[in-house]
Design a binder for this molecule. Sequence first.
Ligand SMILES: [Zn+2]
Ligand SMILES: [Zn+2]
Length: 383
Amino acid sequence: MRAGPAATTPSRAPIAPPVASCGCLPASIRARIQRGVGAGFLSLLATACTSVNPYHDPAAPHRGPEGFRNNYPTPREGGYWRWQWERWRDGLPRPPANGYRFPMAEPEVAFLRANRSVTAVTWIGHATVLLQVGGLNILTDPHFGPRASPFSFAGPLRLTPPGLTPEQLPRIDAVVLSHNHYDHLDAESVARLAAQPGGPPRFYVPLGMRKWFNAQGITSVTELDWWESRELAGVRIHCVPVQHWSQRNLTDRNQALWGGWVIEHGAQRLFFSGDTGYSHDFMDIARRFGPFDFAAIPIGAYEPRWFMAPFHVNPAEAVQIHLDLDARYSLGIHWGAFELTDEPLDEPPVVLQQELARRGVAPDRFFVLRHGETWRIPAAPAR
Ligand SMILES: [Zn+2]
Ligand SMILES: [Zn+2]
């Protein structure tokens, strides 16, 4: 297996419990320890792994013999513990100027439940977005939980509540999952959706993720490779390549695929990226599906660049993706809820504004929403 971040260094993640309950340390130090330990869960570090990829296909370069791979080179190798040391030493991330109080919208619950005709987007928080298109309710990377972590007692805490509770959601027809990291695949949130009144939604997942759902007792799962698609009630759902990686435990690095999703209804094209570094994949996606009416693009979790750049875009790269996709409108996601990396939690939209101005993109074309806010996609001009 290709070595990943600090792949030769064993994880220290299990040391977390005493930290969570220790009252003898100053709160600021405790918070820094918790953040540092928590961040470790993001990179649960595999030691040498000799897995055989059951999805291996010599004709498909991303389906490697030992795991899945990106389409384009991802140069960084190692450095995880250097990052952890530097953020500890420098006291990063700094708290946001807003004191972790992000604006919340009053959710339009009645509209969302009744809506079958308006193409609308609701930002619930982080990478969780409700897409209403073609009469379907499609949820991306559902996470309503208190932590992005395998443990209930440690790991990155949710610092802003979800903009809608699971009880406020309309019945969900489909869920698209980008990858299995803990800030995107939350077991309790998935279980709640599977138990929704009226029956479970259909879960669309990249290759290798079905078995996780089956282990939870969930069988309404469609597993797709990059560029594969399925139709659901007149809406076509495509899995597409983005540049990232996967890991859920100590031994399964890149044993499941990651991906973005294109939602196609009539002439409408919507895109959800999940986590990604900047790559030529977006030009590939644009060539097949562009232009897009709407794109949900991550703008947060990007510092330090020397470590994050291959797998997490910054706002400048997010603007480039918006341009590559030829998106009429884009929404900045993956910020404001979990403090995963070194930039302040409120920084991404500020930098996004600067980058839009620098590139001459009107700010109403790439924006952020308040948690829980619904936005109707304006009708497309005639093509
Ligand atoms: Zn990720
Ligand atoms: Zn993420």
